[in-house]
Design a protein around this ligand. Structure first.
Ligand code: CAA
Length: 248
């Protein structure tokens, strides 16, 4: 990195987000995270990070809300400068069979996991293109590629992520901006450990050839690669990181 790039990680205090943020600080980036406005523990989290030696900027943001994203990006830019790398990581699950799914739980997942890509990318991509360098990294899921029982909302949103990636990648390819999707499988975070144990043990783990859950550090390593200079020729890709659970 010739200059210290600024990265914004949405949902950067969450299971995967925290590891991504910490690893990006270690890799030499200036890191900002967004946290959900309802998060009552953000001050504690920041204090812990500081104690561990990680200087991270945190801004409240509802990624499902366009104006909230605008405010968050403006706050980051005012403190750290223009954003060079955007990691659209924030996501939620509202798992239930389609029979039980109501519109509220459909909308919540689509808005947070898919509309958020428009809401956040819109704030930063023009500036990246004008500066001739940028990285947008969208976190999808194995379940966007293969579908998952109980996740019509989540699978639809996560499949949409890669459509967005491909279209935007085409539009900014000549401007030095890459746009990629990563599709993690089952990673050992709160989102996965919240799955009923009998479902995890009987329906999920037996289908992971590597024989274990993934580690957040493994996903962070891929993101750091995609953010690097060396990854300039990788764009519009969907990179699976799922222990062999689903091969395309
Ligand atoms: N495949 C096939 N059948 C399944 C199943 C599966 N994966 N999961 C549940 N079922 C079956 C049960 O065996 C049961 O069948 P019977 O009625 O014949 O006994 C039936 O579905 C239960 O249906 P219910 O409507 O009563 O559902 P429930 O309230 O028990 O909960 C569920 C269903 C919400 C889908 C629950 O099983 C669940 O949470 N599953 C995990 C879903 C999942 O994998 N989520 C991923 C979260 S992690 C993530 O999203 C990160 C990422 O990107 C990978």
């Amino acid at each position: 990195m010739t200059q210290q790039h600024v990265v914004l990680v949405t949902g950067g205090m969450g299971g995967l987000g925290e590891t991504i943020s910490v690893k990006m600080v270690e890799a030499g980036y200036k890191v900002a995270v967004t946290y959900s406005p309802g998060n009552k523990t953000h001050a504690e989290w920041l204090a812990q990070m500081k104690e561990r030696g990680y200087d991270i900027l945190a801004v409240p943001c509802d990624v499902a809300d366009y104006d909230s994203c605008g405010d968050a990006v403006a706050a980051v830019q005012a403190k750290l400068g223009a954003i060079d790398v955007l990691v659209n990581n924030a996501g939620i699950t509202r798992d239930m069979t389609f029979k039980k799914m109501d519109k509220v739980n459909w909308d919540a997942v689509l808005r947070t996991n898919l509309d958020s890509l428009f809401n956040m990318s819109k704030q930063v991509v023009d500036s990246m293109a004008e500066r001739g360098w940028g990285r947008v990294i969208n976190v999808s899921s194995v379940n966007g590629s293969k579908g998952a029982f109980g996740q019509t909302n989540y699978s639809a949103a996560k499949a949409g992520v890669h459509g967005f990636t491909k279209a935007l990648a085409l539009e900014v390819a000549k401007k030095g901006v890459t746009v990629n999707t990563i599709s993690p499988g089952y990673i050992g975070t709160k989102m996965v450990t919240a799955i009923p144990k009998e479902v995890l043990d009987s329906k999920i783990l037996p289908h992971i050839p590597v024989g274990r859950l993934g580690k957040p550090e493994e996903v962070a390593g891929l993101i750091i690669y995609l953010a690097s200079e060396e990854a300039a020729f990788v764009t519009g890709a969907n990179i699976a990181i799922n222990g062999g659970q689903h091969m395309q």
